[in-house]
Design a protein around this ligand. Structure first.
Ligand code: COA
Length: 195
């Protein structure tokens, strides 16, 4: 599928180095791999190898037809939202266009391909994951008709122990100490007995 001078197609293994470079350059290592390590590029490339081999996911790439350079990508997966009244959706977990190529229709071309994919799978809704603080991206998506869905917040277990003033019984303190000594870290499943 082509839009202007951008063509969108499913990613191939030969795209992995360009996908990796684009992702690492734009700080996506947090989400697709691990960040803050020397192995950023390696772990991101590994992540793409498994994404491309995952039959439930589809990675689309936008390619500049003149240069054949990869200028953007989207990662798609079918997902049901809503636990009580599940609705089938096509979830776009990542949508990224290289800064030098923005405002030329590559984002639209990727979203158009996602809509066609949703139609082919008879999925009635498309969801895009976007950081709440990304104002321009939120405005862009809102203009295209995306409404806010849910806001998920994240906190470390340690933060929650402090904010909830969780106090452990003596046996639980001993258990936590033992686990810390053995494993070096506290397991996420440790739950206090109430404040
Ligand atoms: C959000 C994002 C994917 C949009 O990609 P893009 O390629 O710039 O998107 P488009 O080119 O389709 O549209 C961008 C704007 O350029 C305009 N535009 C498109 N083609 C144009 C052209 N030829 N001339 C002038 N303007 C154009 C569009 O109308 C749109 O305007 P709007 O923002 O006022 O609605 C991109 O900005 C991005 O990668 N952001 C960082 C990552 C991110 O936040 N992703 C979001 C969800 S994960």
């Amino acid at each position: 599928m082509s839009r202007g001078n951008v063509r969108v197609r499913p990613a191939a293994t030969s795209d992995i180095s360009e996908l990796t470079a684009l992702s690492v350059d734009h700080g996506l290592a947090d989400h697709l791999g691990r960040r803050g390590r020397k192995t950023d590029t390696t772990s991101m490339a590994d992540r793409y190898v498994s994404l491309l081999g995952d039959p439930d996911r589809l990675v689309l790439v936008a390619v500049d037809e003149a240069t054949d350079n990869l200028v953007g990508f989207a990662v798609l997966v079918e997902e049901r939202v809503g636990v009580l009244t599940p609705t089938a959706t096509l979830y776009i977990s990542h949508l990224l266009v290289a800064p030098s190529y923005r405002k030329r229709g590559a984002g639209r071309a990727l979203l158009t391909a996602a809509v066609r994919h949703a139609e082919d799978r008879e999925v009635g809704h498309v969801v895009v994951g976007v950081q709440a603080a990304a104002r321009d991206a939120n405005r862009y998506l809102a203009r295209l008709g995306f409404a806010p869905l849910v806001v998920r917040r994240i906190a470390s277990v340690q933060t929650l122990r402090r904010s909830l003033s969780i106090v452990d019984s003596l046996d639980r303190v001993a258990l936590r100490r033992r686990r810390t000594t053995v494993r070096g870290v506290l397991p996420g499943r440790v739950v206090g007995r109430g404040a």
